[in-house]
Design a protein around this ligand. Structure first.
Ligand SMILES: [Zn+2]
Ligand SMILES: [Zn+2]
Length: 437
């Protein structure tokens, strides 16, 4: 392994790496990879890969067509695949999720960011049994509730937002949890907010070990016993659990954005791929202990394996809410805590909750340009139609507008559905492009 020579390696190298390179790797080798790895030879994985390959292709994904009313130029914006496996979609979705999580944090409450990891010898259980990933997330919440309650010597009702991440820095299978946890919680007897200014680190390591190993014993049974025994003997101080000290930016906005980085990032970003020669892929990552840049040269099938092993089971919710944050309780808790904890604001700074962003705002924020400005003349474009590969034009906004100009606005509540005036076919057809005065 070589260090810190990313720049030198690239110097003089004419190879151009972009999102297409990542797609090309899969176009070239996906079939061969599946043949060697039957676990991935199924419709679900084929669909995820096909979506990623077709992302941004108007013919297969469908598109929205915008038209400039100034010069008549038409501009198609292809629909994206919205997959967390896609390198193109990742960036926009980071912003989107940041806005979303920001809206789900409880105003006035202080949060901490906790990372719970597991030793190598346990990871295989989760790789082989993805059904264990849900209990893993649940047990992250139970562990923290236990820590706060033990520390406060009372039943403390906490709130957590938990994100499951399966990729370690170099892309190996390393399931771990990123947790935003309320720093304190509701005292179940008094109903008051109980703050936790101090976090009992040592207790956290031991509790995490206890909760994780108990869950494994419960879910897997005696087959896991040798690994469980090994973990008790090998880690007398407990498992690695980090509190990101001082790293969490204050305020709902920064905090959510910070977490979103872990939530939606694909297993690798384009800038980390150094080269692909048809047989092997060279990429770099930053070692989380030494912070040095490490380079890896992997045979292409191994590289594909390192990427696809992070595709979660179909429909799996990568982000979950527990305790005060759980769906049935969240609204009520938000109202209740707004009354209960305003005094925390003075001490800890106010949380600013981000409003949800529109597509245009997200695009502006992510790419720094307005997607709706005409590439030819710079004037504002209007949405003209939506096109779907199966159904053709599914909505034509200009046609609708013209129809209203010709026929008058549609009645909001027709007296009798059958009594609608039959519009002659010729009148219904409005030719494109449309005159727009
Ligand atoms: Zn995509
Ligand atoms: Zn124009």
């Amino acid at each position: 392994m070589q260090r810190g020579n990313h720049r030198r390696q690239n110097g003089g190298c004419k190879e151009h790496i972009d999102k297409e390179t990542f797609k090309q790797i899969f176009r070239d080798h996906w079939e061969a990879f599946k043949a060697e790895n039957p676990r991935y030879n199924n419709e679900y994985h084929d669909t995820v890969i096909a979506k990623m390959l077709n992302c941004g292709d108007p013919k297969t994904m469908g598109y929205a067509q915008y038209r400039c009313c100034h010069c008549g130029e038409a501009h198609k914006v292809a629909f994206s695949c919205k997959s967390s496996f896609c390198l193109s979609c990742g960036k926009v979705y980071t912003e989107k999720w940041a806005a979303f999580i920001g809206g789900r944090l409880l105003p006035g409450v202080v949060y901490r960011h906790v990372v719970l990891t597991m030793p190598k010898c346990l990871r295989l259980w989760f790789y082989r049994n993805p059904a264990l990933l849900s209990p893993l997330m649940r047990c992250g919440h139970d562990c923290l509730k236990d820590v706060f309650s033990t520390f406060k010597r009372a039943d403390i009702d906490i709130g957590t937002v938990i994100v499951l991440q399966t990729a370690g820095r170099p892309g190996e299978y390393n399931p771990h949890l990123h947790i935003l946890v309320t720093s304190g919680g509701l005292h179940s007897k008094t109903g008051n907010w109980s703050r936790a200014d101090f976090f009992p680190y040592e207790m956290l390591h031991k509790k995490w070990q206890y909760h994780l190993l108990s869950m494994l014993r419960r879910e897997v049974g005696p087959a896991a016993q040798p690994d469980i025994d090994h973990c008790w003997n090998e880690y007398p101080k407990g498992f690695v659990a980090n509190i990101q000290k001082g790293a969490v930016p204050p305020g709902g906005e920064g905090l959510a954005k910070y977490l979103a980085k872990y939530l939606v990032s694909p297993p690798i970003s384009v800038r980390r791929i150094v080269s692909y020669d048809g047989n092997s892929v060279r990429y770099w990552y930053r070692d989380h202990r030494t912070h040095a840049i490490e380079h890896l040269n992997l045979p292409v099938l191994q590289f594909i394996g390192r990427m696809v092993q992070h595709i979660l089971p179909k429909g799996f919710q990568r982000i979950r809410y527990y305790g005060l944050h759980s769906h049935p309780r969240y609204r009520k808790m938000r109202r209740k805590l707004a009354m209960l904890v305003p005094h925390l604001r003075a001490a800890d700074g106010e949380y600013r909750i981000r409003p949800r962003l529109s597509f245009v705002q997200l695009f502006l924020l992510t790419f720094g340009k307005d997607p709706l400005l005409c590439p030819k003349c710079g004037e504002q474009m209007e949405l003209e139609l939506l096109w779907h590969p199966k159904h053709g034009v599914i909505r034509n906004y200009f046609e609708q507008e013209m129809r209203e100009v010709i026929l008058g606005p549609r009645p909001t509540r027709p007296s009798q559905p059958t009594a609608r005036r039959a519009v002659p076919r010729a009148e219904r057809m409005v030719p494109l492009p449309l005159p727009f005065l």
